[in-house]
Write a protein that binds this ligand. Sequence first.
Ligand SMILES: *[C@@H]1O[C@H](CO)[C@@H](O)[C@H](O)[C@H]1NC(C)=O
Ligand SMILES: *[C@@H]1O[C@H](CO)[C@@H](O)[C@H](O)[C@H]1NC(C)=O
Ligand SMILES: *[C@@H]1O[C@H](CO)[C@@H](O)[C@H](O)[C@H]1NC(C)=O
Ligand SMILES: *[C@@H]1O[C@H](CO)[C@@H](O)[C@H](O)[C@H]1NC(C)=O
Ligand SMILES: *[C@@H]1O[C@H](CO)[C@@H](O)[C@H](O)[C@H]1NC(C)=O
Length: 414
Amino acid sequence: MLLRKRNNRYGCFVIIIVILLVNFVLIFPPGPLLHWPHFSSSRTLIPQAQSNIVDKGNHSLLTSHPYAEVRHIVFLKVHKAAGTTVMNIIMRFAISRNLSIMLPRTGNMFSQYNQLISRKALPSFHEDKRLFDVFCNHVIFNKQIMAPFFPKDTVYIGIVRQPFDQFVSAFVYYRNLYHVRYLVKIPGDNPIKTYLSDPVLYEPKKLPHSFTNNRMAFDFGYPGTDFNNMTKFREFLQALDKEINLVMVVELFDESLILMMKLLNWHLKDIIYIKRNSFQKSHNLTFSLSEKIIHRRWAKLDYALYNHFKNIIITKIKSAGPEFMHEVHNFRTIRTKVESFCKQFYGSGMLMIEESEFHSSFFVRREDCNFLKLNAFGIINIARQKHTTRLDELGITYCSPNKTTVECRKYPHL
Ligand SMILES: *[C@@H]1O[C@H](CO)[C@@H](O)[C@H](O)[C@H]1NC(C)=O
Ligand SMILES: *[C@@H]1O[C@H](CO)[C@@H](O)[C@H](O)[C@H]1NC(C)=O
Ligand SMILES: *[C@@H]1O[C@H](CO)[C@@H](O)[C@H](O)[C@H]1NC(C)=O
Ligand SMILES: *[C@@H]1O[C@H](CO)[C@@H](O)[C@H](O)[C@H]1NC(C)=O
Ligand SMILES: *[C@@H]1O[C@H](CO)[C@@H](O)[C@H](O)[C@H]1NC(C)=O
């Protein structure tokens, strides 16, 4: 009874969101986003060595970028680790360049539980319907399974967050918003404290259903059967270093973004973002040192994962030289300007950003702000609408997003 009530309420919520989105798309058709010169549709990529060159040219909005940007990207959206912010950046880039994004036919994610992405995907609109340009979603990472769907030169990117913060954030989010059963059942004024008193007792039976048991390591594809073998986990991290080109760190977010921009040879305007809720604390709970120590012991894989990738980022920042931090500060200043422009409801319709030693000038329009503010659901819906329109134009058949998975299970394109 209670459950049905919740479902009804959820249904209403979904309908309202859909209506809002439809209105949004009618008012602001997904046109050019954060305007920048038209790029040739060539999909050639530059050798990595060249990708560190900073574009210091004086380019009007009508001239093109001197170096090709990387347009083949797989981003692994790790749970509660600023994934939606990065998703906004990557999807904005992909949508504005008409790239073929691997999208779920329905909903906003492929799977929280397994590595099989294919069955749920809309086909690509490229000639080889298997091949996509971009992936940006939750999935349990497995490069062997994913690689056949993306060109060989695809750049793989991941993200990690300080494990205790990630744990608390996931706990609060999945308990309060998604009413995940095993979390709701944990008693006490501070259920996180209760949980930490005996994690094994409160964990769900099936590991993939847990958002609190070394979830970052699990999202990166470490098998549950080997959770107790640290030797194996160290080997796993070494293997990830070869499979993933860049793992960003939430606590060094702007630094990570600048590194990503350089790796992909993007323009600074491509990595602009607006701070989301995830950057504010969503709870008023406090924890003692002993609880943090218990968590450190319980989530030892996540701590090892985090420290591993954080050290790599710090090394990269150091080797980028003193100019790097100037570039980060410059980015912060501009990002803040864009954010306050987007927060005003009135005023001029366009914000000009002057060139600096790090980038050429660009401008931001009100419509761009609307995209910057979108959540995962909104972004995926815009991308999916654009994608299915393109499939229709090209006469590529696909299992319509409004059909259920069961009907589409045998869908032939994959
Ligand atoms: C950049 O180009 C514009 C238009 O061609 C020109 O007016 C301006 O002086 C140039 N700025 C620099 C710094 O070269
Ligand atoms: C993307 O596609 C639209 C419509 O098909 C077209 O008008 C636009 O010029 C394309 N943009 C790019 C960057 O290719
Ligand atoms: C742990 O993993 C290592 C490396 O894969 C393996 O050699 C060892 O047998 C494993 N230990 C256990 C207890 O399974
Ligand atoms: C935390 O406490 C402050 C001050 O009491 C309150 O304004 C805020 O809404 C609380 N935040 C949450 C997420 O409960
Ligand atoms: C499902 O979507 C297709 C096009 O995507 C549309 O033609 C059809 O009417 C839709 N069916 C329902 C039941 O909404």
